[in-house]
Design a protein around this ligand. Structure first.
Ligand code: XIL
Length: 369
């Protein structure tokens, strides 16, 4: 580690210790909700900011909000957010339905708030996302069935507007999200741009993003590509094809929405192969769902969750090409898996009361190893 990095780490440690000591001294013992405050998060489980446990990659988290920005109003959450992470991802705040609610109207409220928070704390953002079939506003239904010529301009304006606005604070953009089907073919359903133009619109999207911000690293992002199979093969082939046609694709984002039963044995090889193709990689949406009974983890699940998180962190830590590792939320207090579906959930490293699960210690151990 360089002297600079060491000084930075030391300075951060001092700051966090001071902040935590101050919080304890002023008796911040109980959350407004009545939950116990995680006073001992300053102790063994949080041995300083987790971002300072490694220099190998940047550590990040999705920040809940959208819809509403309630998470940023939560003081204990904000403290952890600013202390432990290098990079923040708007969980929903930059999605089309939120940021572009009407054809001629943008609403930057949530995204600006998060960008302001990141700037104030010396953090960066991962922009998410510009071309996706999900979270489209109602008015996008009017784009369905139109010609490519009709819809291209809409996507170009959206990308130029949003990417230019966050230039300088967004350092990685998920330009295209979930454009592959499980069988390795292009995912068309629900995406009026891909439906009208085919894969050439993905190349265009990357070009428009590069025009609007020449410095941001541009990613194609997807799930279920932590394992070998037709989806990963299709995505890899698509990326190679688009890059030959001039698309400025810098990296592949591997979402990593996992469960305690996930098998990550393919992942180190996958990361190495992508790196060999001259691509960066990022773990963009890490969470590990546990099996629950009556909303409580089935015995053994919290330890399995710790093991899967540790394997995932280790795969990124040991891959030359892995640039950033982002949790899709760090606490069950704000997580899309907080409301358990199908008897699974509670997928983040901290409980809803912000106390650590075994996963946190496993993550820290792995980052340090
Ligand atoms: C999810 C959010 O977490 C939810 O709050 C929202 O209701 C739906 O979207 N893959 C992605 C993310 O790329 O944008 C999704 O986020 C989760 C799956």
């Amino acid at each position: 580690m360089s002297d600079r990095a060491q000084r930075r780490r030391l300075a951060r440690r001092c700051v966090v210790t001071a902040v935590l000591a101050a919080l304890i001294a002023i008796g911040v013992g109980v959350m407004p909700s009545g939950d116990p405050r995680p006073a001992d998060t300053s102790a063994s489980e949080w041995p300083g900011p987790i971002r300072d446990q490694t220099d190998r990659m940047r550590l990040g988290t999705a920040v809940a909000g959208a819809e509403t920005n309630t998470s940023l109003q939560d003081p204990a959450y904000r403290t952890i957010l600013r202390t432990h992470f290098d990079t923040l991802t708007p969980e929903n705040q930059m999605k089309w339905s939120v940021i572009h609610p009407e054809p001629a109207r943008y609403d930057f409220t949530g995204a600006d708030e998060l960008a302001g928070f990141a700037r104030a704390n010396g953090q960066t953002l991962r922009g998410h996302t510009l071309l996706w079939y999900g979270s489209l506003p109602d008015w996008a239904a009017g784009l369905e069935g139109r010609s490519c010529q009709d819809v291209r301009g809409t996507l170009r304006d959206h990308i130029h507007t949003v990417v230019a606005r966050y230039r300088g604070v967004v350092t990685e953009w998920d330009v295209a999200n979930e454009v592959m089907n499980g069988d390795g073919r292009l995912r068309i359903g629900g995406n009026p741009f891909v439906a009208a133009c085919g894969e050439s619109i993905i190349r265009d999207a990357f070009m428009w993003a590069r025009e609007a911000d020449p410095d941001a690293a541009l990613y194609i992002n997807d799930f279920d590509i932590e394992v070998q199979g037709p989806k990963l093969a299709g995505l890899t082939a698509l990326v190679a094809r688009l890059r030959r046609q001039g698309a400025p694709i810098d990296g592949v984002g591997i979402q990593s929405h996992l469960t305690t039963a996930s098998d990550l044995s393919d992942l180190p090889r996958i990361l190495a192969d992508l790196g060999d193709q001259g691509l960066d990689v990022a773990i963009t949406e890490a969470d590990v769902r546990m099996r629950l009974a009556a909303r409580t983890p089935v015995p053994g699940e919290t330890d399995k969750q710790a093991t899967v998180f540790a394997e995932l962190v280790d795969a990124c830590r040991t891959a030359q090409a892995c640039r950033s590792f982002t949790f899709w939320g760090f606490t069950d207090r704000f997580s899309w898996t907080g409301t358990p579906a199908f008897g699974q959930g509670r997928a983040t490293p901290l409980n809803a009361d912000l106390t650590p699960k075994p996963a946190l210690a496993a993550i820290v151990r792995t980052l340090r190893s």
